[in-house]
Design a protein around this ligand. Sequence first.
Ligand code: ATP
Length: 269
Amino acid sequence: MSYIFVDHLCKSFVVRKKREKGSLLREKETVHALQDVSFEIEKGELVGYIGPNGAGKSTTVKILSGILVPESGTVTVGGRVPWENRKEHVSHIGVVFGQRTQLWWDVPLLDSYSLLKDIYRVPEASYKKRLDELTEALQLGDLLRTPLRLLSLGQRMRAELCGSLLHSPELLYLDEPTIGLDAVSKLALRDFLRWENAEKGTTILLTTHDMEDIVALCSRVMVLGHGSKLYDGGLQELLTQYDTTKTVQVEEHQNIDQVIASMYKNLGL
Ligand SMILES: Nc1ncnc2c1ncn2[C@@H]1O[C@H](COP(=O)(O)OP(=O)(O)OP(=O)(O)O)[C@@H](O)[C@H]1O
């Protein structure tokens, strides 16, 4: 079985509609966030997971992390059912949500990392080795004694990545990791992710609206729309299929957003 195995996954939410004018009742409606989604990801892959707002990407990542329980379907990650033994599961995964933090706001990074070491029960020697390696790769050496709240957005994202990888997870979920970053920070972050994937063999599932992230990092993409998987395959093939200028090489696509927008339109999204 593949490292990540998702088969016929469904998840819906019951939400209350806005109250109609003059009515005292708020009717309920069901949002089908994921409808019969299936995919497999092998260990060591770096896969882009894209789709318009509300497509169901974060819901998938939450299920794969064990935060949400699906209503039907089979999901295993490294042979584990994510929501059944969460404690065990989270020791094998790292998660970075671009707009949230798992570090402590007012304390120096090093103290946050030390706490994470205890939470994940990382042996002292492995922690030291991994911290050295990550601080070098992420250029965090000078910032370790600075509290998170004093860091720039780019520095904060690097600090977050370091925190999520200290326990050397096999799998890293990234949700919008380059959101709000300047060009230099984006490039540095992408370099790091390439390194982590190639050198450490960490499997990465990357959710982003920044198509440059996808072009720079992923040869395989999955496209989700209205809770269904619409495409799963090579980025090159996807672009060639939807690029009206018929540019051949991924690197030569001048306006990747335009191609993706045209694809979403073609797919009725
Ligand atoms: N906890 C929740 N309660 C109710 N509805 C939810 C909940 N979480 C997600 N949804 C709904 O499920 C659908 C999928 O949402 P999800 O956040 O997975 O999309 P997404 O692809 O990650 O979007 P974005 O790109 O905007 O982050 C949306 O219609 C959303 O409103």
